[in-house]
Design a protein. Structure first.
Length: 360
């Protein structure tokens, strides 16, 4: 562990090999090394150890454990085709039903979320639920399929599947996800009253759930836009484009909302555009929208988020770091209850520790 954290990777690698050879030689120390590399985000090193393990062991169980870690490392390195090849190999070699189902699920997830090939994802999800009708991957696939249909703009099919799933006995976290996706689908259909009912029920049934903040956010949007249905309709379209990874079209619609004479949801639209611009690594465009927010909506609930975004942009430029720290401190004092405060405290604490080290 010390060698890994100090990035003495060659020593760490050789020490782990020696440890494995002197112990029961069951591969567990090699797997532990790969898991540590995953936590430390040393994905190439995890793959290197995985390949060594595969050259030393024939036992299916340990090979499959290594295979899943190798595939995960490839995903984190954005080498998605290699990850798929690895999962396909696991699927072909393993006799474990659970591991076959997991390999199919993770492959489908890559197609859906990373490669954005929804039709390919559906093929794998459908194969999973047809051939392996139990286990967590089966249930996760059942919940993922409706989202694929949302991405394909087939909202009626998505709603049909979600309504059927809602009636089944599911794990609490999965049931909450299904309920939120149903509410989101109703919103995308502009079925606002039904959407509100489902969201309100979610908040009652899952008061500390994973989707509570998302549900509150969508309810806030609906309540704000109640008297301007055309704005809500525009935002539903922008949200659909966002779900479909079509950020350019989403930004175009959000820009329309920000420019609408009603000014309803204009602050939220600017905040969303800023986030999307940052995801596209367009910090200059993001700063333009942050400045618009500062000029026109300084009292908005979303304004502190925009300030945080501005500080994060400045923080990447060493020459502007002091300006970023100033904004972080302002946020810490003026908006202590916002969810990003713990992150800001960590940034400021790390900065303070660096200054102490430099002066010592």
């Amino acid at each position: 562990m010390h060698y890994i954290r100090s990035r003495q990777l060659e020593k760490s690698f050789e020490f782990t090999k020696l440890r494995d050879s002197l112990s029961e030689k069951n591969g567990n120390s090699l797997i532990s090394y790969m898991q540590t590399c995953k936590r430390e985000k040393l994905f190439n090193e995890s793959i290197r150890m995985g390949e060594y393990l595969l050259s030393q062991y024939d036992q299916p169980a340990i090979r499959n454990r290594a295979g899943f870690l190798i595939a995960d490392a490839y995903v984190n390195l954005h080498q998605y085709r290699k990850a798929i090849e690895t999962y396909n190999l696991i699927f072909e070699k393993t006799r474990s039903v659970r591991e076959k189902a997991n390999a199919l699920y993770y492959t489908a997830e890559i197609y859906q979320e990373n490669l954005k090939e929804v039709d390919s994802a559906l093929i794998y999800y459908d194969s999973l639920i047809t051939n392996y009708k139990s286990g967590i991957s089966y249930m996760n696939a059942r919940a993922a399929i409706p989202y694929c249909y949302i991405q394909k703009s087939n909202l009626s099919k998505a709603k049909e599947l979600l309504l059927a799933l809602e009636k089944k006995r599911l794990q609490v976290d999965l049931k909450e996800k299904v309920v939120f996706l149903l509410a989101q689908t109703l919103f995308l259909e502009n079925n606002i009253d039904s959407c509100k009912k489902v969201l309100s029920k979610l908040l009652v049934d899952y008061p500390v759930g994973f989707y509570v903040n998302d549900a509150l956010s969508l309810l806030k949007i609906i309540q704000t836009g109640t008297d301007t249905p055309h704005v809500l309709k525009d935002y539903a379209l922008a949200l659909l484009f966002e779900i479909q990874y079509n950020s350019d079209s989403a930004i175009m619609i959000l820009d329309k909302i920000a420019s609408d004479k009603s000014k309803v949801l204009a602050d939220f639209a600017l905040y969303k555009i800023t986030k999307m611009s940052l995801l596209k690594n367009d910090s200059l465009k993001a700063l333009e929208y942050i400045n618009q927010m500062e000029e026109n909506f300084a009292d908005s609930y979303y304004f502190p988020y925009s300030l945080k975004q501005k500080a994060d942009i400045l923080f990447t430029d060493e020459k502007k770091a002091d300006e970023a720290y100033k904004i972080y401190r302002q946020l810490l004092i003026e908006f202590p209850n916002y969810p990003f405060i713990s992150e800001i405290r960590k940034i400021l604490r790390t900065s303070s520790e660096k200054k102490v080290d430099q002066n010592s």
